[in-house]
Design a protein around this ligand. Structure first.
Ligand SMILES: [Cu+2]
Length: 163
């Protein structure tokens, strides 16, 4: 209860001083804390998810200290379907296939227009994770990756590329 009263008070102060008008009262840190507390039930947590910028094709992308992955397209992406290939490794460079990876694609400049939604990667016989990405327009595209172990999300990352 106290937190809610404080939040309301803070918002009122911000609004009355005109500060809150810049980005709207949703920008208040107290609001974020409130959502974190109710994470499991908040319907709009997706807005607050942080996707790390990935370092580039074939670079090691660490998930904590014990896992890393690499990603690349099977060939230079162009209009049509490109296959994104993700490989997961432990610290001894042994390839792993025990996580679930979900991918989604969209064009940042026209958010939502080509959103693929989250699609699970499929494992091939060589334990590579594959995802077809449908590139229906020239321009800049974004791919987002989510790594899961059971219900637990271990990592979120994103990268941009142009075709
Ligand atoms: Cu487009």
């Amino acid at each position: 209860m106290n937190a809610r009263i404080l939040t309301a008070t803070a918002a009122a102060v911000l609004l009355s001083s005109g500060i809150g008008a810049r980005e709207g009262s949703h920008a208040a840190p107290a609001d974020t804390e409130c959502h974190a507390q109710h994470d499991a039930t908040a319907p709009d947590t997706a807005k607050e998810l942080v996707f790390e910028n990935l370092p580039g094709y074939n670079k090691k992308c660490w998930i904590g200290d014990s896992l890393y992955f690499t990603y690349k397209f099977n060939k230079k992406p162009k209009m049509g379907t490109a296959i994104l290939v993700v490989r997961l490794f432990d610290t001894k460079d042994a390839q792993l296939s025990n996580l679930e990876i979900l991918g989604s694609s969209d064009m940042p400049s026209m958010r939502g227009a080509h959103d693929s939604g989250e699609v699970p990667f499929k494992l091939n016989k060589k334990s590579a994770y594959l995802l077809p990405v449908n590139l229906v327009m020239p321009g800049e595209w974004e791919v987002k990756l989510v790594f899961k172990k059971g219900d637990e999300t271990l990592f979120r990352g994103r990268f941009l590329f142009k075709i």
